[in-house]
Design a protein around this ligand. Sequence first.
Ligand SMILES: *Cc1c(COP(=O)(O)O)cnc(C)c1O
Length: 258
Amino acid sequence: MQNDDALAEEVQRFGPDPLSLLSRRINTVDDKIVFACQRSARPRNSVRMLIISKTVPSSILRRLYHAGYTEFGENKVQEALEKREELADLRVTWQMVGHLQKNKAKYIARFASEFHALDDLSLAAELQRRLDIEDRFLDIFVQVNTSGEASKYGLPPDRVPEFVRSLPEFPRLRPRGLMTLALHDTDMSKVRPCFRLLRELRDATAVIDPRVVELSMGMSGDFDVAIEEGATTIRIGQAIFGQRPTPDGFYWPREPNR
Ligand SMILES: *Cc1c(COP(=O)(O)O)cnc(C)c1O
């Protein structure tokens, strides 16, 4: 099934026994989740670890699938489409976590179950139209720019209530919660306020739409802090797969909405 080049790349990145390497790293993440839950008096099952598999070849995802990991998050539609094709014989659940151009809405309407980066009503309208055609529903998380960085996608916090109030116009979108990318910094005293702001916004927004309950926040470098601040879904890539070959700027462009 897999050609020699792909196998060589896999061995170079994940060693001769990828599954045991990845299982060990997943266990390490899981230990940190358990401790963070204990510190904040939360049950372990109140936090979901969503594996973010961008740049990871489908051969690796196939192994993880057979080890019981059946849900993967991707940032780019094209990459997700390719992997979905390569894994068409499996019942993978695909989540899309990255900014989406409107002309790609038709693809994710076909196969994604969650979309974590909704921040635009015209995109919501296009998703609604495409989901109607596919006769499908899509769980959505509203992305909020909690760091104030111009380079981040997401709604400014003060526009979230009005945005959530409009969502019932799109009955095929099922609001689940809010999502954010915190400030990218190793100083957690700068990162934590982003998570706290998202939680406060969620509390305020749940009054408007009681379906908005979840917090998709926290990545490899900051998920324990996110859990302390109430994260229900943490999105983990590099803590499992190691450093990515592509720079982060590829996923979080400097100029949003070009
Ligand atoms: C890549 C990505 C993540 C995971 O980041 P890591 O640093 O690899 O854990 C989380 N959220 C989004 C939107 C991403 O694109």
